[in-house]
Every structure is written in structure tokens, then in C-alpha cells.
Design a protein around this ligand. Sequence first.
Ligand code: ZN
Length: 306
Amino acid sequence: MKNKILNRLKKLISGSAALFICLSLFSFKVEASTKKDTIVNSFKLKTIVIDAGHGVKAEGSPPGHYSRGADGSFSSERNVTLAIALKLQKAIEKDVNGVKAVLTRTTANDVSFENRAEIANQAKGNLFISIHCNSLSDRVVRERVGTKKRKPVYRSVRVPDRSGKGVLMLIYGLHRSREEENAIKSNQVEDDSDINGDALDPNDPTVIILTNEYKRKFRKQSVNIANFINDELVGNDGRRSEGLREQGIYVLCHSAMPSVLVETGYINNPDEEEYLNSEDGQNEIVQSIVRAIKSYKNQIEGVTTN
Ligand SMILES: [Zn+2]
């Protein structure tokens, strides 16, 4: 098994001086070279998992974490995300050659976070794209309600904040990376092993190296796809963007694949709510994501320089 894993590792990391592996009796250290190195991938983008955020928890749903999502004045995040996800699935299968798109939910019913990650891992996805809408919380302001003994009297009131505007890309935060490591170990690294049913030793140095190498690679690819999508939404559709941000999100860190969460706009901003619910708006978002996927596919299937 070790040989198989080492061969896989070699395939992942080719090029001279890509890694210095320092072995001593009890310690194991891997240092990435600061020199420019080249990773040649024999990688193919075959399956993309599209995740429509939120949903309505149906009666009798299995235990887990569920979330209804944000509401606008006439629509709900969960319906917008499903509409965009369904369009995105069709567009990928039509326009991106040889790539299958799998959805984590296809109806109004919510699927737990745990189940979404499991669906993604079971589908052997190479890329996970989660679709969401953003929303700002109410602001608390002090309002003068009268006078008592010649002094003004205030009360705190909540007012909706509709000022949010634009898109935002989220990638998994570092504080969740242990969970990601476990997902990689049990999904990706075990797939590379020949021996079925044999549990991997988490302390085996080869397993540690391979897991770290996947982690580094997935993180880099998550940032790349997030940048491609962001650039299309900004450059082509003229959307405002809050850029890329790290966040510990269950589905992102339990999916053993590069992943990004796309906040497609603010559902509690009236203009953006109109846009997010319109056919034109949804198609624009979908086409931008499809162009980004094509750029990403070309990048990872070709020669990547880092
Ligand atoms: Zn959401």
C-alpha cells in the first residue's frame, strides 16, 4: 500500500526540488520549496457537485443540521439557490465537455449539512460549488420616544439593513482544516490505496504527507476557482464584489475536494432581490460560473505553474 501511495504522491508532485523530505528517526518534516516549481497534473475534471443552499426541513428528515436561509421581501434564499443550481447543472452538462454535474438537493426539501458532504464525497466530486444568497442582519438603532422629567427617553429598535450589495466568495477557513484532513483521509487517500477494507494508519508518515499534499492542492484550487468565478461576475456582469473570504463552513470542510461557496447577491437588498429572481439575472450568474469552470478546467488539466 505504501508503494502505491508513494507512487501517487510522486505523480502529484513532479519536477525537481518540489519537496524536500527530511527523514530522521522519529520526526518527519515536509517543506515546500520556495523556488518556483511545476506540478504536472494527470488530473481530469469529471464531476462537479452543485449545492443549492438551504431548504425546508421536511417532516421525518434524518437528524442533522438544517437551515431555512434568508428571506427577501417577496422571495426566499432557498428558492433562488435551487433555481440557480438547477440551471447551472443543465448549463454545465451542455457546455462543459465530459463533465457531469451532481446536485445535493433537487426539491424544496432541505438536506442536512452532513448529508450534503456525504453526497459530494460519494459522487467522487472533483469540485464543489455551493450556491447561496447573502443578507444583512437588522441594525439596532436608538430612537427617541419621548421625554421624562425633561430628559429624552430612547428605546432600541431594529431596522432592516438593505445596504448590502454584490457577490462574495467563501473558501474554508483554516480553523476547520482538521475536519478537512479527516475528510481527505477517509475519502481521497483511501481511494488511492489498493487494499480494500484496510483502515489507514493516521500516524503513518506517508498518509500524513499525502493528506497534507492534498490539503495544499485543494486549498490552492479552491482559491483559483473562487478567483475565476469572482472575475467573471465582476468583469463580465459588472457586479460589485466583496472578494474572497475564509470561513469555517461545514459543507466546505467536509468535502474532500476543492470547494467554494458563492454568495450570489443580497436577497434583502430590493434591487439585488429583483436581479436574483429574474431569468436574466440567474442566467447571467450561471453563464459566468460556467465560463469560470472552463478556465479552471483548462488550468488544472494543463500544466500549472505555481
Ligand atoms: Zn445561505
